[in-house]
Design a protein around this ligand. Structure first.
Ligand code: TTP
Ligand code: MG
Ligand code: MG
Length: 356
């Protein structure tokens, strides 16, 4: 049985702010883009649940937020901090996943089919995850569990705030049918409006609609809409590709053109990079060398392997080949660097071939 969960943090930016300014808890707080002393077109990025009860919403102009409540606490965005908190959340979530796909700063799909045999298992596992995120980071989240990504997302929305909800396949149609069509995952404001104009008020209306008519009206998107409204979604949880890189650089005590000395440095750095890769459980595909000459000119040269590798020897080999091919003969080097990138997480994966 396929079991997919969607973990989404509750009022994420404001929740992060509450951690470092507990005095704003239980107050109408919002995080927003720069209001530029009332000149800017700043909007609310998110509002605490207290603020939501008062009518404050994401996307609302800040000026309107202030009109609704004079005592609204405005906090300027601090993306760097939210990214840091997000990374901490995702590190915890990954541990619970057979497959992990982060889809925004505060949410990720996880495939838990292998580790949870049924819905009871899945619920127990997700309760544990939720508690861990709360205990370790002090942040609330909501989790939806179902047979596919679409339904997991819809269930998580229903669980908000601070809840868990599982929707079984046989209950999907009933669960969706009475919800307004605008709440269907993937339907934006514009499509939502169009759907209503055609008379599809609820997701159930859309589910019962003739798919041929939907394709006439919405082109290829019509078929997708019809599937979604029926809770059908075959898409897999797609493992994220790590974009970061690991590298080392060495500045020689005295500038050198001695191949022996340079390739020795490359070997040593490749070993260190390889050790770090192994610790992180990453496989790499691209090797890059950096050559800085005495005159401070710098060259970067890369080679992409046809497969993903975890071997330090391979880093060293490719880096040395790049050096031999591209280094200006006889020119003295001040510095040399080795870097690997285009990662994929391999630890916990059974078949490396999947990523080759
Ligand atoms: P969401 O998960 O959509 O919202 P949320 O976490 O604030 O609240 P909820 O409890 O309903 O999940 O978005 C995550 C963050 O992304 C949110 O905290 C702020 C940011 N964001 C924007 O910057 N602009 C927007 O329009 C929305 C919706 C979110
Ligand atoms: Mg959220
Ligand atoms: Mg989200």
């Amino acid at each position: 049985m396929r079991l997919i969960a969607l973990v989404d943090m509750d009022y994420f930016f404001v929740a992060c702010e509450e951690l470092r300014r507990p005095e704003i808890k239980n107050k109408p707080a919002i995080v927003g883009s720069d209001p530029k002393q009332g000149e800017g077109r700043g909007v609310v990025m998110t509002a605490s649940y207290v603020a939501r009860k008062l009518g404050l919403r994401s996307g609302m102009p800040l000026s309107m937020a202030y009109r609704i409540r004079k005592d609204t606490i405005y906090i300027p965005q601090d993306f760097e901090y939210y990214e840091q908190m997000s990374a901490k959340v995702m590190t915890l979530v990954k541990v619970y996943a057979d497959k992990f796909e982060q889809v925004s700063i505060d949410e990720a799909f996880i495939d838990i089919s292998k580790r949870a045999g049924d819905y009871d298992d899945a619920l127990e596992l997700m309760r544990k995850l939720k508690q861990e995120v709360k205990d370790k980071l002090g942040l609330p989240c909501s989790i939806g569990i179902s047979v596919n990504k679409l339904m997991a997302k819809m269930a998580s929305e229903d669980a908000k705030p601070d809840g868990i909800k599982a929707v079984k396949e046989e209950d999907a149609a009933g669960f969706l049918s009475r919800k307004p069509v605008g709440e269907l995952y993937g339907v934006g404001r514009k499509t939502g409006k169009m759907l209503e104009e055609f008379g599809y008020r609820t997701i159930g209306d859309l589910a019962k609609a003739n798919p041929v008519v939907l394709v006439e009206r919405f082109k290829s998107y019509g078929a997708e809409l019809h599937n979604s409204a029926n809770g059908v979604d075959d898409s897999e949880v797609q493992e994220n590709w790590e974009v970061k890189s690991i590298g080392r650089e060495r500045t020689f005590e005295r500038d050198t053109s001695d191949r022996h000395e340079i390739t020795k440095a490359i070997r040593e750095m490749s070993k260190e990079v390889g050790d770090e890769l192994k610790k992180g459980g990453f496989a790499f595909k691209v090797v890059t060398i950096k050559l800085r000459y005495s005159n401070f000119e710098e060259t970067l040269k890369s080679r992409s392997l046809t497969h993903r590798s975890v071997e330090p020897e391979e880093i060293s080999q490719v880096a040395t080949q790049l050096f031999d091919k591209y280094a200006e003969t006889g020119e003295e080097l001040r510095k040399v660097g080795v870097r690997v990138s285009n990662f994929v997480k391999y630890k916990g994966q059974k078949r490396m071939a999947e990523y080759a």
